[in-house]
Design a protein around this ligand. Sequence first.
Ligand SMILES: [Zn+2]
Length: 111
Amino acid sequence: MTIGFGVKTKEVKGGLIFGASCPDCNTAALRNAGTIKVIQVLGLPLFPVGSCCQIACGKCGAIFKLKQASEDVRLKANPVITPKNLLLSSWGLPVLLIVILVLLYASSARA
Ligand SMILES: [Zn+2]
C-alpha cells in the first residue's frame, strides 16, 4: 500500500464582479476566484495550509491576485476565501474521524 501525501491546490470560483472590467481585454467579465492549498493524505484533504484571493477574467482567462487589482476592482470584489470554503476544502478530516470512530466501535464490539 502506498501512502499518498501531498499538498493539493483547489480552485474556488465566486460570482461575477459587476461594473469592473478586465485590465487585459477590457471586458466586463471579471469573477471572484481563489485558490486554497490543502494537505492531502490518501486522497483525503485534511487541513488548509494556504489560500489566495484572485480575480479571473471570463473572456481572456487572465488571473490576477486580488492584492494586485485596482482599488476599484478590490472594492467591488467579494473574496471567496471564507471560513466556510476553508472548512469545505478540508472535508477529509471529519470523514477520517468518522472512519476511526467506526473502526474503534467495530473493534470494541468484537471484544
Ligand atoms: Zn480579460
